[in-house]
Design a binder for this molecule. Structure first.
Ligand SMILES: [Zn+2]
Length: 205
């Protein structure tokens, strides 16, 4: 294969570098994508660029749960009247909601933390949307909190912290069963694994 990046005009080299930052895209794929884009009609490229540029103002986080949604709106899950409002499933980030929804095994609501507790970060109560979760629990409708965090050290520390903090505020706190392989990323776990982990969840408090 020929095509050292130096052979391309600067703008193309830049595009390749941008594409390489996407997950699962190596140098070779980025190069192929960039060259494919160059064959698109100019107006399509322009509208593609505008779609990307508009993302920050068009997309936001649900003010209730933190899920990804259209800017300024509640997410469809929080807005739905068919969801069980007595259960909240806590996840690290919104990509995990998609994985759990695909399994079809959960009909409650979600709360996106936006990360895990890091021992070096003392501001985690604010940065992790823990205060928002506290407010939701204070409303009194929630009977169970499911902690669907990962199995690495920081995720486990976060689960323990949340279980301790909310022990008196919600009747039941559970975490996903060890159906997930150690270090498994919930975003990529298959539906059957997620279903099993949900139905065999363990009581923490
Ligand atoms: Zn929501």
């Amino acid at each position: 294969m020929s095509g050292a990046n130096n052979d391309y005009p600067e703008a193309v080299v830049e595009l390749i570098e941008i594409l390489r930052r996407l997950p699962g895209v190596g140098k070779r794929s980025a190069e192929r994508m960039a060259l494919a884009l160059l064959k698109f009609p100019a107006d399509e490229l322009k509208s593609m660029g505008q779609t990307i540029a508009a993302l920050p103002e068009m997309v936001g986080n649900c003010p209730i749960c933190g899920n990804l949604t259209a800017a300024g709106e509640n997410c469809p899950i929080c807005d739905s009247s068919r969801r069980d409002e007595s259960v909240i499933c806590v996840v690290e980030d919104f990509t995990r909601i998609n994985a759990i929804e695909k399994s079809g095994a959960f009909n409650g609501l979600y709360h996106v933390l936006g990360g895990r507790i890091s021992p070096l970060d003392e501001e985690y109560e604010d940065s992790l949307r823990i205060t928002q979760l506290e407010k939701r629990l204070a409303a009194g409708q929630v009977k169970e909190l499911i902690l669907a965090l990962g199995s690495d050290i920081e995720s486990r520390a976060t689960s323990l912290y949340l279980a301790k903090k909310f022990a008196g505020q919600v009747a039941k706190i559970t975490k996903l069963a060890q159906g997930l392989p150690a270090g498994a990323d919930l975003s990529y776990a298959d539906s059957a694994t997620i279903s099993a982990a949900l139905s065999n969840r363990n009581i923490l408090q």
